[in-house]
Design a protein around this ligand. Structure first.
Ligand code: CS2
Ligand code: MG
Length: 408
């Protein structure tokens, strides 16, 4: 069996999805997602200039050897651009393999450990009352787990994940008005004075059962994150996400020694080396890697297996930038993984998105039920794709009140 061609498509409804379609000499094709949010043209170029010319002619069933060829053969290893580019190839090769086997992909991992995989959605509000309304709306849609982000009094401007006014913030991440990022201001003192009590008020309003998640988005220093994690313990969060940047994995030792708040980190990671210490020292409770940024299914499955040895559960990233292709790949991993935790899910299903990526995956009452179609269970309509083009966009950069450039 041979790969005969591969094409990259950039664009989508309100997004710059980077979709890879690999054709074979047996008429079976595979799909992959290389959408690196805010840098979409880079994995697209990496694929077209470097990877696809080396891919054509190979046997698509040898996905492991192809992964090693692109990882070790690059000489300069890892990085989000490369790992997203050959992550898409890897997803497409698994899609082809499962279609050849005439099985839904999860069967090739070891079958189902569960039918429905729990999802969490996003609720946000410019103030506590708007947040409460937003949480209520998510509960009405059937979600049993909700991430909550709230505007902070005294914070000079809207901070991460919070709409400017009372509007919806579903697309708050990327602003497509051009490549120059907007500016956000961050003040840790305002945040730390307000948020623990706000989270406790949410818990009191909605009761003990609702799974509450909160994303600090890398903005506290290690010591601040340790204090904050201890202060939010009474709110009994399902997880506290990205409390402090984890480039220095040691930094999480301080937090872990002061708090039992469950910690979730990993959406910015692109290889097992970014999280090996966090997992092996059990400094986190959930690993957030995404098949798109972390080298595809082959590499993410290695991370999931390592995490399973250390009581760490999965909580794959699922921001609006992920296309239904990578969300489908994660849906198959979610029903298989013995150490599945939860899946982030920002409603993909606009009519335009469904037309571009026809799929039989189902969401009901806050649970994702994976398709039993052979392969990933998602398709790609090339004719629909002609409607879309790349549009320059960026998420904000952040500065402290004194102008210091800070973590977005
Ligand atoms: C966020 C992401 O969903 C999340 O947990 O951290 O949406 C993140 O802000 C974006 O992926 C950044 O591009
Ligand atoms: Mg996050």
């Amino acid at each position: 069996m041979k790969i005969t061609d591969a094409k990259v498509f950039v664009g989508g409804p309100g997004k710059n999805y980077v979709t890879l379609k690999i054709q074979t000499d047996q008429g079976i094709y595979g799909l992959g997602d290389a959408t690196l949010n805010n840098r979409e043209t880079l994995p697209a170029c990496y694929l077209e200039e470097y990877l696809i010319p080396n891919l054509v002619g190979k046997d698509p069933r040898n996905s492991e050897d192809i992964w090693q060829f692109f990882y070790r053969g690059a000489y300069f290893r890892k990085g989000p651009v490369a790992m997203a580019a050959f992550g898409a190839i890897d997803m497409a090769l698994w899609d082809i393999k499962a279609k050849l086997a005439n099985m839904p992909l999860y069967q090739l991992f070891g079958g189902k450990s569960r039918d429905g995989a729990m999802l969490y959605s996003h609720a946000a509000g410019s103030d506590l009352e708007h947040l409460m309304d937003s949480i209520g709306a998510q509960i009405e849609q059937g979600y049993k787990a909700v991430r909550v982000q709230c505007g902070v009094p005294g914070m000079p401007a809207a901070s991460y994940g919070v709409p400017e006014g009372s509007g919806d913030n579903r697309h708050f991440i990327t602003d497509f008005s051009g490549i120059k990022p907007k500016l956000e201001i961050w003040d840790a003192d305002c945040y730390m004075r307000f948020m623990p009590d706000a989270l406790m008020q949410v818990r009191e309003r909605f009761g003990a059962e609702l799974k509450l998640l909160h994303d600090v988005h890398h903005r506290l220093r290690p010591r601040e994150s340790a204090e904050f994690a201890r202060q939010v313990e009474p709110a009994r969060l399902f997880w506290l996400e990205d409390p402090t940047p984890a480039d220095d994995q040691n930094a999480l030792r301080l937090l872990r020694s002061h708090s039992t708040a469950p910690i979730a980190i990993g959406e910015v990671f692109n290889s097992v080396w970014d999280c090996k210490q966090l997992i092996e020292e059990e400094l986190i409770d959930f690993i957030r890697v995404a098949v798109t940024y972390a080298g595809g299914i082959t590499h993410v499955k290695r991370i999931v297996d390592l995490a399973d040895l250390h009581h760490v559960r999965t909580g794959f990233h699922g921001a609006p930038s992920h296309s239904p292709i990578s969300m489908a790949a994660q849906a198959h991993l979610n029903v298989w993984a013995p150490n599945f935790g939860i899946q982030e899910y920002l409603v993909l299903g606009s009519p335009e998105c469904d037309a571009l990526f026809p799929s039989k995956h189902r969401v009901e009452q806050g649970l994702m039920y994976v398709s039993n179609e052979p392969g990933l269970g998602v398709d790609f309509d090339e004719r629909e794709a002609q409607r879309y083009r790349y549009q320059p966009g960026s998420h904000p950069v952040v500065r402290l009140q004194d102008g210091t450039l800070w973590n977005y």
